[in-house]
Design a protein around this ligand. Structure first.
Ligand SMILES: Cc1ncc(COP(=O)(O)O)c(C=O)c1O
Length: 358
């Protein structure tokens, strides 16, 4: 069997969920499990949080249906709302909470004949300019929803653009914009992603929406997950499958981009970009071999990558490798590759077996 496994520690996810709840005492939480629970496996994550989570949040109806099949009673929030009229009906049948993110979705909802009314989360565009109504437009449409036959709870939500950059002025502006609408008679309010759960108590409102923190990665560029007592949930484990001696001036890998400046020992590791390891990770990106750091050497191949083992002379074929996880933060690998932990976690491909521990 190819030695590449994503080990998923479900107790870490439970720990991180509990930490999110402790950050926002008395508030409820939608555990964000879109994109296959950020690559961790939605079935296993929803099952692990079944008795604890107040609700779950997903991106689309297909994901919502999967969560409903796993949990008969939890609130499930459809973050992007319904993409077509027939989805309002299914959302009602599945007893979902839906975002209404623009005038087209609003018109569709109000034209729908539903078996039971939906909890509606009117989305405010507080400054990200991706989805949502402007504050003025939201005020204008509010009366048409209050009391509408299709609407059970009428709730307010918005999303931060820069909560991950602590002290960003847009965050203050967005919070102010949100607070400016609270004279309207909403049933529930929700604004906080992980960064705001951890850093902006004034944004906690009634329902928090933690995503990345559940999986033990940091939403912040300048603050590690461990410093916030988050526990990494995914560890991507491979092995050294071959070792080669490379003379000064010889190259390693596609494009011959890495050239030995000293007599070198190169280990080939059983993980490549077709598994989700970022192809653009540069030479020097840390890889953990037998618990010690070694630098990536040359271009990542489809199924393999190379590490410079020259300073680890005792490493042999079969040595365990951690690409990221419990001992090497995914955020550090991501920063080396010019991206964020979110992307690495969600892009671990289907061919990588997930092995779960409780
Ligand atoms: C609307 C919404 N809320 C909450 C989240 C969770 O964000 P995070 O993973 O940063 O906690 C997301 C994720 O992108 C989102 O789109």
């Amino acid at each position: 069997m190819r030695p590449l496994i994503a080990h998923i520690d479900l107790s870490a996810i439970q720990h991180n969920y509990a930490l999110a709840k402790r950050c926002a005492p008395g508030r409820e939480a939608f555990a964000v499990v879109k994109a296959n629970a950020y690559g961790h496996g939605v079935r296993e994550v929803v099952t692990a949080l079944h008795d604890d989570a107040d609700g779950f949040a997903v991106a689309c109806l297909e994901e919502a249906a999967e969560v409903r099949a796993l949990h008969g009673t939890a609130r499930i929030l459809l973050l992007e709302g319904c993409f077509e009229p027939s989805e309002c009906l299914v959302a009602s049948q599945l007893r979902l909470d839906i975002a209404v993110q623009g005038p087209e979705q609003l018109a569709t909802l109000l034209a729908s004949s539903l078996p039971r009314p939906l909890n509606v989360w009117l989305k405010l565009d507080s400054g990200m300019h991706r989805l949502g109504f402007s504050a003025a437009a939201l005020r204008a449409v509010f009366p048409s929803l209050r009391g509408a036959a299709q609407v059970a709870e009428l709730n307010l939500m918005s999303h931060f653009a820069c909560a991950d950059e602590r002290g960003h002025t847009l965050t203050e502006d967005q919070l102010e914009c949100f607070l400016g609408l609270l004279d309207l008679d909403f049933d529930q309010r929700s604004l906080a992603n992980s960064a705001a759960v951890l850093g902006i108590p004034a944004a906690h409102m009634d329902w928090i929406r933690p995503g990345i923190m559940l999986y033990g990665a940091s939403p912040f560029a300048d603050l590690g997950a461990a410093e916030m007592a988050l526990r990494p949930a995914m560890s991507l484990h491979a092995q050294v499958m071959a070792i080669r001696e490379v003379a000064v001036g010889e190259s390693v890998g596609y494009g011959a981009t890495w050239v030995a400046g000293r007599p070198s020992r190169i280990g080939t590791v059983s993980c490549g970009y077709a598994d989700g390891y970022p192809r653009h990770a540069p030479s020097g990106t840390p890889v953990l071999v037998d618990g010690r750091r070694a630098p990536l050497a040359g271009r990542v191949s489809m199924d393999m990558l190379a590490v410079d083992l020259t300073d680890l002379p005792d490493v042999a074929v079969g040595a365990p490798v951690e690409l990221w996880g419990a001992q090497l933060p995914v955020d550090e690998v991501a920063a080396n590759a010019g991206t964020i932990g979110y992307e690495l976690l969600t892009k671990v491909t289907a061919r990588v077996p997930r092995k779960y521990s409780a």
